[in-house]
Design a protein around this ligand. Structure first.
Ligand code: FES
Length: 556
């Protein structure tokens, strides 16, 4: 996995520097040639050559191995497109490599942009079109790979507009530079002396026919090699399956008496899919998340030890010896397994609906909730696992809020804001917000139970609720447009949520929400707090357990 990433990064840097060199054509061919000197200094040096061609070889071999090892060739369109583009690249680049690098190695030619542009723009424009397609294919392939790697980095969301702009600008400007250079060379080539001098400088006067023959032979040779590999994979896979079927199948037994029989070499995750047994796999079986992890019961000793990619993930989550990754484990003997994470967490956002349009003042209740200590927890986990836990938390909290009749306004980091009273009944809104707080506390308990083996400590949260008048309406811009509320009530609810830390409470709720019914509430402590920007003190009640607020309402 790391090798594929590293080799991909080297190839991406090579393509990027090449396109930057093309961009110089927007100024002049002379600038392109100046850039080429630096480009060749790096990539034609011994370390540059080893790095570049080593990465190319490793990347190609790993792609073929991945295709061979896949349990099936069904894949989503993104993976299919990325693999297809990757296979197209060697085919399209073959002639160009033969005419530049190989000609330099075997015929001692001297490369220059004049020469490459003359060939691809004038002598053989079809080759020029292929190069343009190559630029798009190789760039798209690289950008897709980079995006998949970076998308869960904390800074990615903020940087993505810039990265997106760069991902469009670089190839477009590179191609425009190439076109501009081609037009300049077209003008130079009207002078026969210029062409003669160019061939002389390039050391091509006597070797030109040989080099052209090599260029013409390169693409068919790569096409043949690629076809042979793909045909071998296409024929070999069914053969492998047929041979595997002849061997005794392996039985994977799951809880509740389910079992799936598979051939050796098939992963446990694939077994779950074949048996339609729900199984979490946030990264899609790429060994990058650990959400597919299973506890192995019987048959543990007969398993191969985890290889390096699996070990790295298991070490990172400090998994005990009987825990393995289902997407990586290919059992050779019968085993019993228990998937450790419920398959309800996905990469999808939990969305809310029923948004009223237009801004207006309403009396509403606002609830803020925030996870305690989640930052340190996320530092100990893989990003995918953090997403998994967060999505399960959001799903649980979203359901608890909506069950009580509230509207999930937004999720902010590991926090959530909810609004009650959009339908206009203020008393009902306040009651719903309290019910929601209790629901959320119970939902968190259930979530902690189901994640007990996977979290270093249970999740904790603080909830703040306040009620009053606020302006409710659609706000934002473009794709961020959405319904929300603004006003003192929102800021105050947020401040009350923060005050749960000071009071060591799970819930802090203003007496504006509780009304008179809580005057003698023995389950809570009464405090008066100041809120920045607000005159006077605010009377609040702090509850150690949010469920007490409802218990007391029911009895009081
Ligand atoms: S599915 Fe992500 S590690 Fe297995």
């Amino acid at each position: 996995m790391q090798l594929r990433l590293f080799s991909g990064l080297i190839l991406f840097i090579f393509v990027l520097t090449h396109l930057l060199n093309h961009m110089a054509g927007l100024h002049s061919v002379a600038w392109m040639n100046d850039g080429l000197v630096a480009f060749e200094l790096v990539w034609r040096s011994l370390p540059g050559t080893v790095l570049l061609y080593g990465s190319l070889l490793v990347h190609l071999v790993l792609a073929v191995v991945t295709l061979w090892r896949r349990d099936n060739l069904t894949m989503n369109w993104r993976d299919g497109l990325q693999i297809g583009l990757g296979l197209l690249v060697p085919l399209l680049v073959a002639g160009h490599v033969a005419g530049t690098r190989l000609a330099w190695e075997f015929y001692d030619t001297v490369s220059s942009y004049d020469l490459v542009l003359l060939y691809n723009w004038i002598t053989n424009p079809v080759a020029g079109i292929q190069l343009a397609v190559l630029v798009v294919a190789v760039w798209l392939h690289g950008v897709m790979g980079l995006r998949h790697w970076l998308r869960l980095k904390p800074w990615f969301r903020e940087a993505s507009p810039w990265l997106f702009a760069a991902s469009i600008l670089v190839p477009v400007l590179g191609l425009l530079g190439f076109v501009q250079g081609g037009r300049a060379v077209e003008a130079f080539a009207t002078d026969p002396d210029w062409t003669l001098q160019l061939y002389t400088r390039a050391n091509l006067l006597e070797t030109r026919n040989d080099v052209v023959a090599m260029v013409n032979a390169a693409q068919p040779a790569v096409l043949t090699a690629l076809s042979v590999v793909l045909v071998l994979i296409a024929l070999g896979r069914p053969l492998r399956t047929a041979l595997a079927r002849k061997r005794l199948p392996v039985r994977i037994s799951y809880p509740h008496g389910h079992h799936v029989d598979i051939q050796r070499g098939v992963s446990v995750l694939e077994a779950s899919r074949r048996g339609r047994i729900p199984h979490a796999s946030v990264c899609g079986g790429r060994g990058r998340c650990s959400t597919c992890r299973i506890r192995v019961g019987t048959g543990l000793n007969a398993l191969q030890p985890p290889h390096s990619d699996e070990s790295r993930v298991l070490e990172r989550i400090k998994a005990p010896d009987d825990v393995r990754l289902a997407c990586m484990l290919r059992p050779t003997a019968d085993i019993t397994v228990t998937p450790l994470l419920a398959p309800t967490g996905s990469g999808d956002r939990v969305l809310s609906s029923h948004l009223p349009r237009g801004g207006e003042e309403r009396e509403i209740a606002v609830l803020f909730a925030d996870l305690r200590g989640f930052t340190s927890l996320s530092e100990e986990q893989l990003p995918y696992d953090t997403v998994f836990v967060l999505n399960r938390y959001f799903a649980a909290m979203g359901a608890a809020i909506e069950e009580a009749g509230g509207h999930v306004d937004k999720f902010i980091g590991d926090g959530v804001m909810a609004i009650f009273g959009l339908q206009g009944d203020f008393e009902l809104a306040k009651q719903q917000s309290l019910v929601s707080a209790a629901n959320m506390a119970r939902a968190l308990d259930r979530l902690n139970e189901s994640l007990a083996d996977d979290l270093p400590q249970p999740l904790r949260m603080g909830i703040g609720i306040h009620a009053g008048a606020a302006v409710v309406g659609e706000m934002g811009y473009g794709s961020t447009l959405g319904m929300t509320a603004v006003g003192d009530v929102v800021n105050t609810a947020s401040r009350l949520e923060a005050s749960t830390k000071e009071f060591g409470a799970q819930l802090v709720v203003s007496e504006a929400v509780l009304g008179n019914t809580k005057a003698e509430d023995p389950c809570s402590e009464r405090h008066e707090i100041s809120i920045r920007g607000r005159r006077g003190m605010l009377a609040v009640r702090a509850y150690a357990a949010a469920t007490d607020v409802i218990r007391q309402t029911a009895t009081g």
